[in-house]
Design a protein around this ligand. Structure first.
Ligand code: ASP
Length: 312
């Protein structure tokens, strides 16, 4: 049997049973189990952690309920500007992209940037020019449209605030972050992480969150851990969350659990940063900490049964 650990997320936030219907919950779980199964099959067959995280995140991008790829939130101009990143823990090579609006699977473009561009981070229309040269799949605007995201944008488009991925009217105070991500340890002992997002509803001025930023929203290092974050990106950038956890392990000798608890439940809370992350260490321990009400998450280890959870 191949030994591996694998975890995915579909965003964190004010996700409460009282705000959920049975039907919607079942649909979210379907999206998570589909993505987890795709990545798991790769790992069980001796595939790499990099291939597993890319495939799982692409599956979540294709699933309209999550805020990434199809179903990405609307910007202030009524467009979609998507961000993604991927990192290989063995080589510390990384690829990232921000502000693309026509790419079906931004995570696949991030992987190609890592492997073919000679750079780490490309943005906007020029990233799409590069994507064209690589045969990446493009879509028209209507592919990314979903009625729910459109209504969320209508609620805030005349304000100058950007919003988390709101699932309901603002008065409910409900907010959630629909960003998706995956982390994996494969049977060769290699870690990888990937994250993809539409960012925040009504965002302006080319705003970019933590998701495509290596070290903030995504990080992988075979000496420590693989991390993918979700939450209020501005705080995650300033706290350099993903790399901070890796550093606490590498330089201070903390365990993955101790580092995650400190950064997510203590440091970020004091800072005002709401959200969570998924993490795997070099021996396959999985941590899924969040300081919000809930986080869409699923995970599996070796031949143990797959697990899916949404609430605390
Ligand atoms: N972290 C993402 C951002 O700030 C949002 C999210 O997690 O949904 O763009």
């Amino acid at each position: 049997m191949k030994k591996f650990s694998f975890a995915i997320h579909g965003g964190a936030g004010t996700i409460l049973p009282s705000l959920m219907t049975a039907e919607k919950e079942a649909t979210y779980k379907l999206g998570l189990s589909t993505a987890l199964s795709i990545g798991t099959a790769i790992l069980q067959n001796g595939g790499s952690s990099l291939d597993a995280v890319e495939a799982a995140v692409a599956s979540l991008e294709d699933f309209p309920l999550f805020n990434a790829g199809k179903g990405a939130v609307f910007t202030n101009k009524g467009t979609h500007e998507m961000d993604a990143s991927i990192m290989d823990g063995k080589t510390l090579e990384a690829g990232a992209v921000s502000g693309v609006s026509k790419i079906r699977n931004p995570i696949k473009l991030a992987r190609i940037i890592k492997e073919k561009s000679g750079h780490v981070f490309l943005c906007g229309s020029e990233a799409e020019v590069f994507a064209k040269t690589q045969g990446v799949l493009f879509e028209t605007d209507d592919y990314f449209y979903t009625e729910e995201r459109y209504q969320q944008w209508q609620d805030v488009k005349h304000t100058d605030t950007y919003q988390m991925d709101h699932s309901d009217k603002l008065e409910t105070g409900e907010k959630k972050f629909g960003t998706v991500g995956a982390v994996a340890l494969d049977s060769y002992g290699n870690l990888a992480a990937a994250t993809s997002t539409g960012g925040m509803t009504n965002k302006r001025f080319g705003r970019v969150g933590d998701s495509p930023m290596i070290g903030a929203g995504t990080y992988a290092n075979n000496n420590t851990c693989a991390i993918s974050c979700t939450g209020h990106g501005e705080y995650f950038i300033r706290a350099v969350v993903a790399y901070d956890i890796s550093c606490l392990m590498e330089y201070k000798g903390l365990s993955l659990k101790e580092a995650c608890e400190y950064v997510v439940k203590d440091k970020l809370v004091k800072f005002g940063g709401e959200g969570g992350l998924i993490a795997i260490d070099t021996v396959g321990n999985i941590e899924l900490p969040f300081n919000s009400e809930g986080m869409y998450r699923a995970w599996v280890k070796n031949n143990e049964p797959m697990q899916i959870a949404i609430y605390k």
